[in-house]
Design a protein around this ligand. Sequence first.
Ligand code: ADP
Ligand code: MG
Length: 583
Amino acid sequence: MTRIVTDADRFVPDALRGFALAHAEEVRLVDGGVVRAQPLAPGRTAVLIGGGSGHYPAFAGYVGQGMAAGAVCGNVFTSPSTGQALRVAEAADAGGGILFTFGQYAGDVLHFGEAQRRLRERGIDTRTVLITDDVASAPAGEEDRRRGIAGIVCVFHVAGAAAERGDGIDEVERLARRANERTRTHGVAFAGCTLPGADHPLFEVPEGSMSVGLGIHGEPGVRDEPLQDAAQLAQTLLGPLLAERPDGADRAVVLVNGLGTVKYEDLFALFGHVSDLLAQQGVAVVEPVCGELVTSLDMSGVSLTTMWLDDELEALWRAAAAAPAFRKGAPLPPSSTVAAEPVASEPRPAAPEPGPASDPGPPAPAVVPAESRVAAAVALRLFAAARDAIDAESGRLGDLDAIAGDGDHGVGMLRGIAAATAAADGAGDAAGIEAVLEAAADAWAETAGGTSGALWGAGLQALGASLGAAGSLGPAALAAAIRAARERVQSLGGAELGDKTMLDAIVPFEVAFADAVDAGHDVRDALAAGAVAARAAADATAALSPRLGRARPLAARSIGHPDPGAVSFTVVIDAVERRLGED
Ligand code: ADP
Ligand code: MG
């Protein structure tokens, strides 16, 4: 619940602006997030962290010496866009390479992954270490499928301290990976959180119960259990962490993390019991932290993290840090004796500006065939119709996503499609279909963030490229372009049919459209056939269990409800079909 009322759409930029003003000596606001006020010494590795907002102190509070060089800050509970990650990376880069490290979520992996690919293209050595500490989100043996929660702080400090002492990128990456391998978190929620501007929480925990295995984006826990007293809760939380204790590990960092509205006194009471239990197991606790480390807006909940130490991890955890929300050890010498301009080993090409600001470079009118310009004008009308339809349905889409995901699908789709429509409109009368779709695709991915934003952006881009390369724009060219778009969504997201994603609606749409074209129907009829197939397929996703994306850890809750991404796809297709019928 936001009690200090501002425009909900400005919640993130307003909070970040105030944060940067409050810590002006330590951090600097840049487009996409924050970086340290003092640039890194030339040649240093830049550790960059990030994710959605609503988790303070994560992520901006962890920018500082012995921690991150910069933080990429997305919208509330929504991964930042590729463009944001690129711009923060550009601002933080000191010529020693970039390590992206963040909690594993599909949208973040897609957007940071694309940023890494583009930075490498520019000759910047870029690596990624995904953090996967949440034991509730996948069983032992499938650690690489787990999501990241409060244990991210352990990895941030290990990587940040290694970079601070001058380790090269290979070593910083190795140590971050090792820290992640030895970090585990388990949490419980007592009450859900409410998105800024919303009037009800993303989930509710029944009176007298707690939800075990919480997420940090308003995802409920994996099961509800009766409330426990502090001693029992310590055992419930610690049990799964001890079960994965590495052989011979006899010391650990312990974090007791409040999710937003749990009192510090409660956290300390819990820590007392945890510390007794660890002593009974012969585990020494090293420099523990009790407090709000990774929150989930106003969620009531608590998580327990252990990082099992060896000598090298212990030395790094004990190292000094000076970030707005994480300080330890002796004050560090200022790192401001460095050149303001990072030294690059070789000149780099200028960064292309992605997003709505990017200029798709509409070709000269003479080379854009009239057919392509007509198609572009039709596309613009269809975008506007789809935007209005998503606007009308965004509440329902958000509610669907809140059942097992993070509740942002409605707002994300609306932001994306509104930006895409505006960008398509701005491409100009002379633009052809490829330029219009490319502008729309870039704007969508940049503005929406999240998994679906990246996938819609990529799909539209492929649709435009395929149409641009086609000789003529008949039904067959459209069928081929739809196939290209589906292939791109599938290769980027890695989903298969039956994983309970938007793909489960897209594939039947694609097949029905292509069959109708093969049978000699025109675009309108093919679209009508595709829409019927997509609707049926989206409804049928209710029976499926999600195997990918944010909803996967809560698969059971999702059964009986259709996939939000599949439903929003049909909302778009239905609107397009209706609008085309009016022409
Ligand atoms: P996020 O999951 O990042 O919060 P959204 O809520 O906007 O993003 O979108 C969720 C939808 O994205 C899901 O309902 C699903 O249809 C789709 N999705 C998630 N992961 C994938 C994937 N790997 N491939 C295809 N679609 C996916
Ligand atoms: Mg979502």
